[in-house]
Structure formats: structure tokens, C-alpha cells
Ligand binder design. Structure first.
Ligand code: NDP
Length: 241
């Protein structure tokens, strides 16, 4: 990590949603190392994971840990207010689930599809919309999506429901970008983190959390000040929707 990057981003504020483990935790690590002020959300602060507690000790006031269940029935505005964040340069929503392991979409119950689509598509949109007034002008909102959410790049047909939930996220965030975020001077990135070694990605995944998070933060930092929407991977390559 270069000193230039640290100085450049000193004082900038980021909120990372879903930071207890995996890619979200990696993002927090990279942002702190680059001099950002970070608010990290976990579902249950009484069970703050060791890695995040160690970052808190290392970075002290630069890291704040707050509770947020993205699936919470609380009204989005109340949820946003409870986070107590203002003048955010970066909001990254990483929390997500793989959903039921059915071969075909119709094998899932309505409850399962409801939970999956609500958490992966609706909840990020609700939160981003509620937090738009807390974004600094020229800030960026990153939705952690997936290449699997691209309809045109779907060449295997597996994981029908998960793919559809990320395609729904992509579609919803397009509307949000066009109607609200970009007119407010805020950029929107739909991010593919790579196939990453996490609880979700599994041990055989070729990309480490550090590689993915470093790439994603580089892409997000480069997008600051550009009020546009892109679907982009952790190496900066634009993806087809
Ligand atoms: P993990 O399963 O490792 O971590 C998931 C994270 O989401 C955890 O921090 C978890 O919190 C949080 N989370 C789940 N449900 C909720 C909720 N209701 N409210 C708040 N937080 C919640 O996943 P990854 O880090 O691998 O994935 C992160 C994102 O990247 C996801 O959106 C995923 O779809 C996407 N992605 C991942 C890929 C990969 O290869 N890993 C590939 C493409 C996309 P808790 O610890 O409390 O459960």
C-alpha cells in the first residue's frame, strides 16, 4: 500500500455493510490501510469477530463498528439514521447470501425466494436510497453484485435463483442510479468481486479476499468524482449486463 494513497484518502469516510467476514471484512482492512475513516456493520456487535476487533485495536478511532441486519424490518430511514453516518464518500454493500441449493428455481419455497430476493436485491436498494442524503457529492455507492447476475454472460445456467437475485439487484440499482444517485452527483458501481475464497466462494476459489478487496477498493477510489454507473469487476474490467 503506497503512502501516496494513504495521504490522498485520509479523512475520507466509508461505510461497509456486511463486514463480519469475507469480502466485506477485506474491504474494511484495505480501506483502513489506505487512510479511510470506516464504519463497518455487523449483524450482532456482541459477537464481533476477532479480526474486526483486532482492526479496532490497530486503527482505533478510524474504525467504528455498528450493528445492522440488512434484513431488518425496520423502516429504511430509521435504519439509515441508526447508523449515524454523514458526508460519506463511499458506501459499499457487500452483505449477501447464496440462497437455497436447488437445481431449479421452482423447487424453492416462496419463503426461500422471498428471503433471497429481499436480502440480495431489495435490501441493498432500500438502504442505498435511504442513505443517499448522507452521501457526499462526488461520492460512490458500490453494490457487491456478481458476474452471475449478468444475463448476457450466463453460459452455464446453474444457480438460477442466485443469478436472478443479482440480476434483480443490477436492474434495481440501474433505476436508482438514473433517477436519483447520478442526478445527486453520486456514482454507482455494480461490482463483481471475482470468485473469492470465502465461506460463500469456497476453498477452491482462485482469488483471495486480499486480492479481491484491494482490486475493488482501487476501482471504487478511481470512480470517486465520476457520477456514472458501471458494472465492473475487481480488476477494473467492464462487464456486460
Ligand atoms: P460470506 O458468506 O463470506 O459473507 C457474507 C457476509 O454477509 C457476512 O458478513 C454476513 O454476516 C453478511 N450478511 C448475510 N446476511 C446478512 C444480513 N441479513 N444482514 C447483514 N449482513 C448479512 O460472503 P462473501 O464475502 O463471499 O460475499 C460478499 C458478497 O459478494 C455477497 O453479496 C456475494 O453474493 C458476493 N459475491 C461473492 C463471490 C465469491 O466468490 N465469494 C462471487 C461473486 C459475488 P454474518 O457473519 O452475520 O452472517
Amino acid at each position: 500500500m503506497s503512502n501516496t494513497a494513504t495521504v490522498e484518502h485520509a479523512g475520507r469516510r466509508a461505510l461497509v455493510v456486511g463486514a463480519s467476514r469475507g469480502i466485506g471484512l477485506g474491504l474494511v482492512q484495505v480501506l483502513l490501510a489506505r487512510g479511510w475513516q470506516v464504519t463497518a456493520t455487523v449483524r450482532d456487535s456482541a459477537r464481533t469477530p476477532q479480526a474486526l476487533a483486532e482492526l479496532q485495536t490497530q486503527y482505533d478511532a478510524a474504525l467504528e463498528i455498528v450493528e445492522l441486519d440488512l434484513a431488518s424490518p425496520a423502516r429504511p430511514a430509521e435504519l439509515a439514521a441508526s447508523l449515524g453516518v454523514q458526508a460519506l464518500n463511499l458506501l459499499v454493500i457487500s452483505a449477501g447470501i447464496m440462497g437455497p441449493d436447488h437445481q431449479r428455481a421452482e423447487q424453492a419455497s416462496q419463503e426461500e425466494t422471498g428471503e433471497l430476493f429481499d436480502l440480495n436485491a431489495m435490501a441493498p436498494l432500500r438502504l442505498a436510497r435511504a442513505l443517499l442524503p448522507a452521501m457526499a457529492s462526488h461520492g460512490v455507492i458500490g453494490f457487491v453484485s456478481s458476474r452471475m447476475g449478468s444475463v448476457s454472460l450466463n453460459d452455464s445456467g446453474d444457480r438460477e435463483l442466485y443469478r436472478a437475485s443479482k440480476a434483480a439487484l443490477n436492474s434495481l440499482s440501474c433505476g436508482f442510479a438514473i433517477n436519483e444517485a447520478i442526478p445527486a452527483g453520486v456514482g454507482v458501481l455494480n461490482l463483481h468481486p471475482g470468485w473469492v475464497k470465502t465461506d460463500m466462494g469456497g476453498e477452491e476459489a482462485p482469488v483471495t479476499v486480499e486480492q479481491s478487496a484491494t482490486g475493488l477498493v482501487t476501482v471504487l477510489e478511481a470512480a470517486l468524482g465520476q457520477a456514472e454507473q458501471r458494472f465492473v469487476d475487481f480488476e477494473g474490467q467492464t462487464l456486460a449486463w
